[in-house]
Design a protein around this ligand. Sequence first.
Ligand SMILES: NC(=O)C1=CN([C@@H]2O[C@H](COP(=O)(O)OP(=O)(O)OC[C@H]3O[C@@H](n4cnc5c(N)ncnc54)[C@H](OP(=O)(O)O)[C@@H]3O)[C@@H](O)[C@H]2O)C=CC1
Ligand SMILES: O=C(O)CCC(=O)C(=O)O
Length: 444
Amino acid sequence: MSYVDEVLERVREKNASEPEFLQAVTEVLNSLRPVIDANEEVYRREALLERLCEPDRQFKFRVPWVDDKGQVQVNTGYRVQFNNSIGPYKGGLRLHPSVNIGIIKFLGFEQIFKNSLTGLPIGGGKGGSDFDPKGKSDREVMAFCQSFMTELCKYIGADTDVPAGDIGTGAREIGYMFGQYKKIRGLYEGVLTGKGLSYGGSLARTEATGYGLLYLTEEMLKCNGHDIKGKTVCVSGSGNVAIYATQKAQQLGAKVVTVSDSTGWVYDPEGIDVALLKEVKEVKRARLTEYAAARPSAEYHEGRGVWSIKCDVALPCATQNELLLDDAKQLVANGCIAVAEGANMPTTLEATEYLQKNNVLFAPGKAANAGGVATSALEMSQNSERLSWTFEEVDAKLQNIMVNIFHNLDDAAKRYNMEGDYVAGANIAGFEKVADAMLAQGVC
Ligand SMILES: NC(=O)C1=CN([C@@H]2O[C@H](COP(=O)(O)OP(=O)(O)OC[C@H]3O[C@@H](n4cnc5c(N)ncnc54)[C@H](OP(=O)(O)O)[C@@H]3O)[C@@H](O)[C@H]2O)C=CC1
Ligand SMILES: O=C(O)CCC(=O)C(=O)O
């Protein structure tokens, strides 16, 4: 049995109740086969893959807080510190009722390779809780965040582990968590990214994941003889990534015709009105029905359906496993030429395979959405320097990083005779640096 198959079998046995983690490991290890085969003796002796698939450590803790009625509520908090071979653990905090240890492990595992691809010195980690900020008052969110950080602050630090936002964790939550960290630890340091601009945040971090997605998509299209200008784009989600992906796509001359949330989706053939979307989602924290009610050209539909709309480019920006095999078939039938993942692992393994077999350009999340964490690393640099760069400086660095990521993964795929397989290219390019660092640092 090959080394990859042996490790996959062991990982499946040990983590049988964590389907998302198994999906992520299976995708990565399968596409690394040519690299592993070429170095099998060393990697096997050093148990490199076994070490890569086992987090350095994981914390699980109780998060008690008091709601507005005086009732004590209890949630579960997690932080998985997966791999710090190339830098301090770095990755977001997800607040969503679906959060469990398997989801946090899949996200932390993906983060190792994504962070490596940025070219910046950051390791992989992720955390979160099954707390749902939706429908909670600001005071309730603050009570939760303070309790969450009361425990989390024992394990993190500016040079140890630097969390950030993810689903359900935006500027409000990061602010409450930063305040509690400072109060307990007595340290004013860059322990979190995505901070407000008045207390150490970086300009362009809010926009970075969505903008970065478009910079990489634009480069991928250009290198394959297409222009983003004039393309019709379907976006899913309507949160941080989706909003700024929509904004940048329209700035680059494309037309975005859909967005969605967990209850429904909007089709707006005249192009999504970003100012209205921001008002509904960022200011009012309301449902998309409010967008449709205020916009005569928009249709609102319950449930899911974004991928049924004819488009040239599809940008899944909501959550994991939201683009299924039937959706991939529909996209191909409608003439879609490119899919780039704004979310983490939004496309199932079967759907990815189908898209690639049908010559759809496919940019995996760990490359396509790396602009968020890359800009977080730029925020860390600014905090260390005690300086703030302008929006234009940060945006120019982001653009450069995304273009480099595309060329690095394109080159890696070509080196292993897998030209055009950007999934393999991203995994190989991300893995090589981490593997080198792990080998150089000995058995640890
Ligand atoms: N923020 C960042 O910098 C980065 C985020 N990502 C990834 O991008 C994705 C989106 O994150 P972000 O925009 O920050 O999160 P937000 O919380 O801002 O928005 C999430 C969006 O996805 C929708 N959504 C969430 N869960 C589900 C679900 N189970 N089914 C259907 N829709 C759902 C939400 O709808 P509703 O409001 O109804 O819940 C909302 O529209 C995630 O996969 C995240 O891990 C990746 C890199 C960086
Ligand atoms: O900015 C960060 O540190 C993390 C962003 C994130 O969670 C992600 O890349 O999935």
